[in-house]
Write a protein that binds this ligand. Structure first.
Ligand code: ZN
Length: 257
């Protein structure tokens, strides 16, 4: 269990079960209770009863019963933790979650880690020697990057196309004074102090270039990339495709929380 009991109790206490269930079934006040047609089974006369004070529902027809959390679980096919989260959101309550436990928070952590690693491939750095122009800066803008002599990969390479697009978005036409399809060649030119280059943070670190050169974060505009899963439009989907779509939906939901 990833959520402390007292937080679960608070979510229960702050949830108005009548208005919650009222989103799925029309309820009418009858004495101390609320009554309506059961949302869990088809019926013509109301046998579904809600006790607002105690926060419970009960159906005399299909014997469905429970509290706000079990109602959300049953209605939205959620597990306990997700149901509590949903109700906490609804009531505007912040719940504490033990990050080390709980299957979903574990999964969320895995997704976030993967995203962070992926993001490092897209976050470009200005690779420059410390005594070159901007060599002492903590960050530079894409406009500034367009003003230093650059050595870049050749235009047929994907990473170069990304850089060109980012430079153009800052109003700079990419005009490197040197092009190569070899990172090592670029690196040796940057070392001379007469050129700077641009590469993903992760790549610069992996190649060990940041030990001898400065890798300065490029900001403004912050580059962000929406990623998606593209699958052929055909039914039924292949089992692997279907599984990927389920994972992607789950990831999107977890990451949106
Ligand atoms: Zn029922």
């Amino acid at each position: 269990m990833g959520i402390p009991d007292e937080d679960v109790a608070r979510v229960r206490a702050e949830t108005d079960i009548v208005s919650l269930i009222g989103e799925h079934a029309a309820l009418k006040r009858v004495g101390q209770r609320w009554q309506g047609l059961c949302p869990f089974h088809g019926e013509k006369t109301p046998s579904f009863s809600v006790n607002a004070e105690e926060g419970f529902y009960y159906c005399f027809g299909c014997l469905a019963k429970g509290d706000a959390i079990s109602f959300v679980r049953a209605m939205e096919h959620l597990d306990f933790v997700d149901a509590v989260r949903r109700l906490a959101d609804r009531a505007g309550i912040t719940i504490r979650e033990d990050a080390a436990s709980g299957r979903d928070s574990q999964r969320r952590k895995v997704f976030l880690d993967a995203m962070e690693r992926a993001t490092e491939w897209y976050h470009q750095r200005l690779l420059t020697s410390p005594d070159a122009m901007f060599g002492d800066r903590d960050s530079v803008s894409w406009k500034e990057v367009g003003q230093v002599p650059l050595c870049l990969l050749t235009p047929d390479m994907q990473n170069r196309r990304i850089i060109d697009a980012l430079l153009r978005s800052a109003g700079q036409e990419p005009s490197p004074t040197l092009e190569s399809n070899s990172m090592i060649v670029l690196y040796s030119h940057v070392r001379t102090g007469r050129w700077a280059s641009v590469m993903p943070a992760r790549l610069a670190a992996t190649l060990g270039l940041t030990d001898v050169l400065r890798a300065i974060p490029i900001v403004e505009p912050e580059a962000s990339h929406a990623i998606g899963l593209v699958v052929p439009a055909r039914q039924p989907m292949k089992p692997l495709t279907a599984a990927l779509v389920i994972e992607a939906r789950r990831a999107a939901q977890l990451l949106a929380d």
